[in-house]
Design a protein around this ligand. Structure first.
Ligand SMILES: [Zn+2]
Length: 261
């Protein structure tokens, strides 16, 4: 059975191990030991060397008692800064916080703890279960650097749960938009705006015409576009010779995203 006190104790013990991005080895070794004791076999890839870290992505397998396809559970080891010397403070109301001078690291140690507790309790209760594959990544907080170097062929499952999102228990994120950032750099020709404006080419005017012709805001139910920043020009008496426009578009449909960009 799931044991609340065991979850809290396990979580607090993992919080006490520093695991910055690219420095996850101590935490990973601890978790590997726990998983081996529960009967999982463990492999690693070469991600650590590829990203300048001390730890690889971990792949662990718990053989099932049911002849169903494997199910993958994913979480990440690393925590954001400030994360050196963190510890879990358990309040009288049961709410767990950091000591205040670091992050707690619930992202993503709560996911990691939940996975281990589920395996432990299912094993203890002798429940039938599918083969479980764990994909535990490093340097997730560095734009998914660890999983970028993953060797996904090591995973046999085709269904996965990633335990790494905020929200109430039971919330699942099943779609997320792709995002393309855009920077437009416009080059014009400077001139004195009062004396000889006809000799100038205003980069700001060009940018304004371009932006006015763009489709922006909500494009459709799954696509958006936005100009976030315009920067250019100097004094009011000079035709601006440079202007930079920064924008983004998002869509849950890759073809629409590319078309909008
Ligand atoms: Zn996370």
């Amino acid at each position: 059975m799931i044991q609340e006190k065991r979850i809290v104790d396990h979580f607090a013990s993992l919080v006490a191990i520093d695991a910055p991005s690219r420095g996850e080895r101590a935490l990973a070794e601890t978790v590997k030991g726990q998983l081996r004791a529960l009967g999982l076999s463990i492999e690693e890839d070469q991600a650590g060397a590829a990203i300048g870290g001390d730890c690889n992505n971990i792949y662990a397998t718990w053989p099932g008692t049911l002849d169903w396809p494997p199910l993958i559970f994913c979480a990440h080891f690393d925590t954001v800064e400030p994360g050196q010397g963190k510890r879990a403070v358990i309040g009288s109301d049961g709410i767990i916080t950091s000591a205040g001078d670091t992050v707690l690291g619930a992202d993503d140690l709560s996911g990691l703890t939940a996975i281990v507790e589920a395996i432990r309790s299912i094993g203890e209760d002798g429940l039938e279960h599918r083969t479980v594959e764990l994909f535990l990544t490093v340097a997730e907080e560095q734009h998914l650097l660890g999983s970028t170097h993953a060797e996904l062929q090591r995973l046999k499952g085709r269904q996965a749960y990633v335990l790494d999102a905020s929200g109430s228990p039971g919330t699942a994120i099943v779609q997320a938009p792709g995002n393309i950032g855009l920077v437009f750099e416009l080059q014009g020709q400077s001139a004195h705006a009062g004396m000889e404006p006809e000799k100038g080419v205003s980069a700001i005017t060009a940018a304004a015409k371009g932006i006015a012709a763009m489709r922006l805001g909500r494009i459709d139910t799954e696509t958006t576009a936005n100009i976030g920043r315009i920067c250019g020009g100097g004094a009011t008496n000079i035709v601006a010779d440079a202007c930079t426009v920064t924008a983004e578009c998002r869509s849950r449909d890759w073809a629409k995203l590319e078309a909008q960009a």
